[in-house]
Design a protein. Structure first.
Length: 370
C-alpha cells in the first residue's frame, strides 16, 4: 500500500471539545463522567459518554469540524474527496422529527448519502461517499481514502466520522444485553460486564505529503468481513489473526516490528475473547505493549476507527499514555504503567466489530517530522 499522511485532524468527544484537550485529558488519566439514561425493557440505568454540553445542531457541529480540519488555507476543494463514515448518519434527526409528529412517517426517511451530498455541495468537494460497515466504518474510510490518493488524480481526502447519542443505538445495544450495568468500562477484565457507548465527531485530512504538522503516517491496513456468523467473528481468533497479518503484509512489516497495539477492546464477552485468541495466535510468546482507549472515549461505534486513531497518535506525540488500574487482572498483558514510544514507532490499531467486520491499521508516529 502507498503510505499516506494524516496531515491534520479534529476531534470532539467526551474527553473534550477539541483534539488537544482530549489528548491532554487522556494522558492525565481523566475519565469522562457521562450521563445516565434508562433502558426501557428493564427500567435500569446505563451510562452514555456525551461530548461537553453544546447546543449546536449536527449540521453546525459538522461544519465546525470541517473548518477545524481543513484550516484557513484550504483553498478550493475540487481536488479533495469527502468520505463520511458513521452508523448514525441522520438517525437523531429522524428521531427528533418522529417525536415532534408523534410517530414515524416512512417518507421522512432519507438515503444514506443525503448528508454527504449536502456537505459536498456546501464546501465544494470533488465527490462525496458514505461508509457504514459497523465498527470498521471510519477505519475503512481511511483505507479507501489511501487507495484513492494512490490511484490519483485527487490530491486530498477528508474522512469525516461521527456517532450521535440516538435512542436506536442506546436501546438497541441495551436490548442485546451488551451495555455495562456498572458503568465501569474494563476491556479484557475477567469480570467485565459490557460496553459504554460514546458520542464523537472527528475528521482527518489525508495526503501523500506530510504537511506542516502531521499526526501520523498510515503505512498499510486490511479489512475483511468474517461471514461465519451474522453478528460476531470467530471466537477462536483465526479471522482476527489473519486480518492483522494481512495488514502487516500490506505495510511490508512483521509482527515483531510493532511497538504498540491499540486493541479494539469492547469489553463484551465474545469480542474480547476473539481478540485475545487472535493476539495469542499472532504473538504466541511475547507481545508488544498493549493499550485500550474505549474506557476514556466510550465505544464510538462506526467512528472509532478515526476517533481512537486521532486520539492515540496525538497523545503519543505529547507524552506517555496512562496505565490501566486493572492491568494485573486483565486476560492480556495490558500495562499498569505509563507507555512512552519513540517518535517513529510503529502502531497496530485494531477495530473488530459487529457482523464480523474486522480491520487493522499500521500507523507510524510523526513526532519527529513536525
Amino acid at each position: 500500500m502507498t503510505p499516506v499522511y494524516l496531515q491534520r485532524g479534529a476531534l470532539h468527544c467526551a474527553l473534550g471539545d477539541d483534539l488537544a484537550t482530549a489528548s491532554r485529558a487522556l494522558r492525565e488519566g481523566q475519565r469522562a463522567p457521562g450521563r445516565e439514561f434508562v433502558l426501557h425493557d428493564v427500567q435500569e440505568p446505563r451510562t452514555y459518554l456525551n461530548v461537553p454540553a453544546n447546543e449546536e445542531s449536527l449540521d453546525a457541529r459538522l461544519n465546525r469540524l470541517l473548518g477545524e480540519t481543513l484550516g484557513a488555507d484550504r483553498g478550493r476543494l475540487d481536488d479533495c474527496l469527502l468520505i463520511v463514515a458513521s452508523t448514525a448518519l441522520d438517525i437523531v434527526e429522524l428521531e427528533t422529527l418522529a417525536a415532534e409528529r408523534g410517530g414515524f412517517v416512512p417518507n421522512d426517511s432519507t438515503s444514506l448519502d443525503r448528508l454527504a451530498g449536502q456537505l459536498r455541495e456546501r464546501w465544494g468537494f470533488a465527490e462525496a461517499y458514505t461508509l457504514n460497515t459497523a465498527c470498521t466504518s471510519a477505519a475503512n474510510g481511511l483505507l479507501y481514502g489511501a487507495r484513492q490518493l494512490a490511484a490519483g488524480p485527487l490530491a486530498r481526502v477528508l474522512v469525516l466520522a461521527f456517532e450521535t447519542p440516538s435512542a436506536v443505538a442506546m436501546q438497541g445495544f441495551g436490548a442485546l444485553n451488551l451495555l455495562s450495568p456498572s458503568g465501569r468500562y474494563r476491556p479484557f477484565h475477567p469480570e467485565r460486564d459490557g460496553l459504554v457507548l460514546g458520542e464523537t465527531y472527528c475528521a482527518a485530512l489525508l495526503g501523500l505529503e506530510p504537511g506542516s504538522a502531521p499526526l501520523a503516517r498510515l503505512l498499510g491496513g486490511f479489512s475483511a468481513c468474517d461471514t461465519t456468523s451474522l453478528t460476531t467473528t470467530r471466537e477462536d481468533g483465526s479471522h482476527i489473526d489473519w486480518v492483522m497479518r494481512k495488514a502487516l503484509a500490506s505495510a511490508g512489516r512483521d509482527a515483531g516490528d510493532i511497538a504498540l497495539i491499540k486493541l479494539h477492546g469492547t469489553a463484551t464477552h465474545a469480542n474480547d475473547h476473539a481478540e485475545t485468541n487472535g493476539m495469542l495466535s499472532l504473538y504466541p510468546e511475547r507481545m508488544p505493549a498493549l493499550c485500550v482507549l474505549k474506557p476514556w472515549l466510550g465505544h464510538t461505534l462506526g467512528a472509532c476507527g478515526l476517533s481512537e486513531t486521532l486520539l492515540l497518535m496525538h497523545a503519543l506525540q505529547q507524552g506517555p499514555l496512562p496505565g490501566l488500574d486493572y492491568a494485573t487482572e486483565a486476560s492480556l498483558p495490558l500495562s499498569g504503567q505509563p507507555l512512552q514510544l519513540a517518535d517513529d514507532a510503529l502502531v497496530l490499531a485494531n477495530f473488530f466489530g459487529f457482523g464480523g467486520n474486522n480491520a487493522s491499521l499500521v500507523l507510524q508516529g510523526c513526532g519527529g517530522e513536525q
